[in-house]
Write a protein that binds this ligand. Structure first.
Ligand code: ADP
Ligand code: MG
Ligand code: ZN
Length: 599
């Protein structure tokens, strides 16, 4: 700018004083002027008189008579066009060049930064080269089932040909589901570390932008890159940020997110399954995900990454104390027993807190007292996350033992697969899982009565062993009441009400509208009878559960003790304690346990 100003001052600035045109005109007429140069916009001239500065300028006015006047006075005059190119260059070409220069400079600067203005649509995935990742399965503990599933994935990636030659299809998507801090992200990185393939890692929220269409473009770009690099892994952390159910919210739809999700669904369908690209994703809120994401061909494998049990916690602790100097009195087993309900991240944090405490006290090594204090601190902080107290664990253990024992004793019920008092992330404090031996489409009346007894057994066990009942049976009661009510009002299983269906067909089977089932059209009296009959059936089931558990009081105690000690028991363990002959091998594990464990 300074340069331009200077140039203009030197070459273009009119020299001499500036005078009004009228004065110039009168000076012409009175013959004071020696010569003039008529420019396009200015007229420069020199006066005849020699004192002072003879040069002057004036603005040119359209004045056809001027030439006549000049000729009359014999003034030398010339036109001026020669300096135009210079003035043009200086006037706008140079500033223009400067602006373009600046612009390019900034663009390049911004383009160099991550993302860049011009690469909106580029996916921001960080790519880890094969040997960047140092995490392996050895760094993950306490989630053995998830680990086994993922080992299989690694096998696919290392050796895709082996599976596809037989016509098999490599799974496309694996969804890691579990409470926060249980090691989902860690597992994904371990898969990468083991498989030694390129790993695209990004978080769901990175797709979500202010501008509609950008997210979708990023998804496209990501898949293009991934396909070029196959075999590889694409890992989308916190999938719920973009995979939420479409178009339901009270605030209307979220156009951009929906487009992004649609694009993701389309890409997952569209790409070549023979190319070994595996999409992994992690979420701790599977319930908000769009169902379309979970159907086969997309995230067809779901891996539950749950909070670790006692043995798992011990293993996680031993991983994290590797770089910590431990005192001789530290017993990881004891620590693991005291940290029921802690997730992997909480345990890592515990080790760190203990180390910090020890350092603050200038100790040479971290000893048990530091760990104990760290646990107390963390539990106080975790209060909101509901870490169970000893008392609560006992209640839950009795409750689950009750379910399990009644389920094993009643004939014709599905065998117990697993009992656990490890808190699950999704609300239940413990659960008893039964594994069906075969698919069932029909239930006989007796099966239903047995199912009710099993549901009510948790509560009965608490009552028998502790003399009190807790709030923990709410879900059991709800399910029991539902079943009993259906027996009475839909399936005609009550003598009093008779073989009449009252409520059936009023709920939509496939669309969960969240609306309560409409009441059928029947009289107040029938309604009362239905209520009475429902209550009678549930009460009968409760009596049955109580009877069984009172008979087996001793067994209830033993199972509960075992459960408190081990936290998780499998069905064979239980049957062994009960002296029951183990039935034929349960069906292959991938049949999946019954979807709704008794909590
Ligand atoms: P998530 O993604 O499930 O919320 P992360 O994988 O981010 O949890 O876990 C956070 C940290 O907690 C990990 O980096 C690791 O140090 C520790 N951690 C969590 N789970 C485990 C585990 N099962 N074994 C070992 N360390 C774990
Ligand atoms: Mg995570
Ligand atoms: Zn229960």
């Amino acid at each position: 700018m300074l340069f331009i100003a200077l140039m203009q001052a030197m070459f273009l600035a009119p020299t001499g004083r500036s005078i009004p045109y009228s004065e110039f005109k009168s000076m012409v007429r009175t013959g004071q002027i020696a010569e003039v140069t008529v420019g396009e916009t200015v007229i420069r001239g020199v006066l005849k008189r020699a004192d002072g500065n003879p040069a002057f300028t004036t603005s040119r006015i359209d004045d056809p008579k001027l030439i006549e006047d000049l000729e009359a006075q014999n003034v030398r005059y010339t036109g001026e066009a020669s300096a135009r190119w210079l003035s043009e260059i200086l006037g706008w070409v140079v500033p223009m060049l400067l602006i373009i220069g600046f612009w390019m400079f900034f663009l390049r600067r911004m383009g160099g930064a991550e993302g860049g203005v011009m690469s909106f649509a580029k996916s921001k995935a960080k790519i880890y080269a094969e040997d960047d990742v140092k995490v392996s399965f050895a760094d993950v503990a306490g989630v053995d089932e998830a680990e086994d599933e993922l080992r299989e994935i690694v096998e696919f990636l290392k050796n895709p040909g082996k599976y596809t030659t037989l016509g098999g299809r490599i799974p496309k998507g694996v969804l890691l589901v579990g409470p926060p801090g249980t090691g989902k992200t860690l597992l994904a990185r371990a898969v990468d570390g083991e498989a030694k393939v390129p790993f695209f890692s990004l978080s769901g929220s990175e797709f979500v932008e202010m501008f509609v269409g950008v997210g979708a473009a990023r998804v496209r770009d990501l898949f293009k890159q991934a396909e070029a690099k196959a075999p590889c892994i694409v890992f989308i952390d916190e999938l719920d940020a973009l995979g939420k159910v479409r178009g339901h919210g009270p605030m209307g739809s979220h156009e951009e997110r929906e487009q992004t999700l649609n694009q993701l669904l389309a890409e997952m369908d569209g790409f070549d399954t023979r190319k070994a690209v595996i999409i992994m994703a992690a979420t701790n809120r599977p319930e908000v995900l769009d169902p379309a994401l979970l159907r086969p061909g997309r995230f067809d494998r779901q891996v539950l990454v749950d909070k670790p049990d006692v043995n798992g916690r011990e293993a996680v602790l031993s991983i994290h104390v590797k770089n910590v100097k431990l005192g001789p009195d530290v017993q990881l087993r004891t620590l693991a027993a005291r940290t029921a309900g802690f997730a992997g991240a909480d345990l890592a944090n515990l080790v760190n807190e203990a180390a910090l405490l020890a350092a603050r006290r200038d100790k040479k090594a971290v000893d048990m007292a530091d760990f104990e204090e760290a646990i107390d601190r963390l539990i106080a902080g975790l209060e909101k996350k509901r870490v169970m107290s000893t008392k609560e664990r006992e209640i839950v253990a009795y409750h689950e033992s009750g379910h399990a024992i009644v389920a094993s004793i009643l004939p014709g019920t599905d065998p117990v697969h697993k009992i656990s008092i490890v808190q699950r992330g999704f609300g239940a404090l413990g659960y008893t899982m039964q594994l069906p031996l075969e698919d069932r489409y029909l239930l006989q009346e007796l099966d239903l009565h047995h199912q009710l007894a099993i549901l009510l057994a948790g509560r009965a066990a608490e009552e028998i062993a502790l003399g009190k009942i807790s709030t923990g049976a709410q879900n059991d009661l709800m399910r029991a009441s539902d079943i009993a009510r259906s027996m009475v009002a839909e399936w005609g299983m009550s003598e009093k009400v008779g073989p009449v269906s009252h409520d059936a067909g009023r709920t939509s089977r496939f669309l969960d509208t969240g609306m309560p089932a409409q009441r059928g059209a029947y009289s107040e009296e029938t309604a009362r009878t239905i209520d009475e009959e429902t209550k009678r059936i549930v009460s009968a089931a409760q009596t049955e559960a109580r009877r069984i558990l009172t008979d087996e009081r001793d067994l209830l105690e033993r199972v509960t003790r075992r459960l408190l000690e081990k936290e998780v028991m499998d069905g064979d363990d239980l049957r062994e304690m009960m002296g029951i002959v183990v039935p034929d091998a349960p069906p292959a594990a991938d049949e999946g346990p019954s979807p709704e464990p008794v909590a």
